[in-house]
Ligand binder design. Structure first.
Ligand SMILES: NC(=O)c1ccc[n+]([C@@H]2O[C@H](COP(=O)([O-])OP(=O)(O)OC[C@H]3O[C@@H](n4cnc5c(N)ncnc54)[C@H](O)[C@@H]3O)[C@@H](O)[C@H]2O)c1
Ligand SMILES: [Zn+2]
Length: 355
């Protein structure tokens, strides 16, 4: 597969990726190569990566605990200290080997240590390959508030190798696939159809869908690096999805959901709103609903709970003056931004989750 190269960064696939990585190391001769992992990627991904790296440079591994709860400034402080103790200088390289937590946190740490050292992302989760490791956004959470601290600073390159997915738990495969479906909905009807037809996460066909998804995300980011227009479309399903995530996170009695699961429910809600407001055909809405039902997610909220979530949406950093602005679909494959809808319609849309 050909590398995807946009203005500031490049995504390489499979062996081409490791060749490019080795070439970069050969040319730049980093003083030390730091590899950031979490305990799971240390166990499952590091043994695959190591033989791929050809260098006589000193390699140091820094390991953190896995999970979103460690994507915070305390963990950064630990990694900054480890880097300094292990002799990090401006000529060091950092390789972030893991899911979105590792690439977000590692990119931020590398961007800030010694006023910034070069870094390379090697995403090992599906979400990382098609979303988190593309676009140059890095950062960490502040308490319960997600991604509040960070920078936009692209990696030298992102190396995507679906081989890593062989050890990724099924729930995380489904989680990452939701963003791929979203890519189809906002930009490419054919891609959506192919996603619907694909059933095996470990096939050549699926690898090619990962490649196409990475192209869709990087194209959108390159068109709109500052998130003024087209990039807003990447938030499809996320206005309602983030509200669901925050609502369930605040209430300790309710089980926390994965980001993708909440976004899938958000996609159904926003597709209903699209059908009512921006001309998404009934048949297209039905198709999206069938996909949602097939995920067997079982979200169900009372009207009072939805009203609480509507309040949460108003505080979303992407909205201004308490007005909730949605990205909605006109068809599967095309969208419009900045759509305002009534509270009654949002309530009605959330009721669809139960049907
Ligand atoms: N920067 C961006 O543009 C962007 C976009 C989307 C999401 N994100 C961020 O990404 C994060 C979510 O990413 P995620 O879903 O990859 O979470 P994650 O990094 O927590 O990975 C999910 C789980 O899978 C494990 N894992 C990863 N790769 C594995 C492998 N190959 N084998 C076995 N286990 C493996 C991890 O240890 C973790 O337990 C969130 O923090 C989100 O904010 C960032
Ligand atoms: Zn998302």
């Amino acid at each position: 597969m050909n590398p995807i190269s946009i203005k500031e960064f490049t995504i390489y696939f499979e062996n081409q990726g490791f060749d490019a990585l080795n070439q970069w190391i050969k040319n730049q001769q980093p003083s030390t190569i730091f590899i950031l992992v979490d305990d799971k990627t240390m166990e499952n991904c590091y043994p695959y990566l190591m033989p791929m790296i050809e260098t006589i440079a000193n390699i140091e591994v820094i390991e953190i605990d896995h999970g979103e709860e460690f994507k915070n400034i305390e963990t950064c402080a630990g990694v900054w200290s480890a880097l300094v103790e292990l002799g990090c200088d401006r000529n060091s390289l950092m390789i972030n080997l893991g899911g979105g937590v590792i690439t977000d946190l590692g990119g931020f740490v590398a961007s800030t240590i010694k006023r910034g050292i070069p870094f390379i992302h090697i995403p090992t989760s599906l979400l990382g390959m098609v979303d988190a490791a593309i676009g140059g956004k890095n950062g960490v959470d502040l308490g319960h508030l997600k991604n509040q601290i960070g920078v936009i600073n692209p990696p030298i390159m992102t190396v995507v190798d679906p081989e890593f997915l062989k050890t990724l738990p099924q729930q995380h495969l489904v989680n990452g696939s939701i963003e791929m479906f979203k890519h189809g909905l906002i930009s490419d009807r054919m891609y959506w159809n192919e996603m619907i037809e694909s059933t095996d996460f470990n096939s050549d066909m699926f690898n090619s869908l990962i490649y196409q998804s990475a192209i869709i995300k990087s194209d959108i980011v390159s068109m709109d690096p500052l998130e003024k227009g087209a990039r807003k479309a990447l938030n499809y399903g996320h206005t309602a999805g983030h509200a669901i995530e925050s609502f369930l996170m605040e209430d300790k009695d309710k089980n926390a959901v994965l980001h993708g699961e909440a976004v899938a429910a958000g996609i159904l809600v926003e597709s209903f709103l699209s059908h009512k407001n921006t001309g998404l055909a009934q048949t297209s809405y039905q198709e999206i609903k069938e996909w949602y039902v097939s995920l067997e997610l079982n979200f169900s909220f009372t009207d009072d709970e939805v009203l609480e979530m509507i309040d949460l949406m108003k505080y979303d950093k992407k909205n201004v003056n308490g007005q909730i602005k949605f990205v909605l679909l006109e068809t599967i494959g095309s969208f419009v931004t900045d759509q305002v809808v009534s509270t009654e319609q949002i309530l009605e849309a959330f009721r669809e989750l139960k049907k």
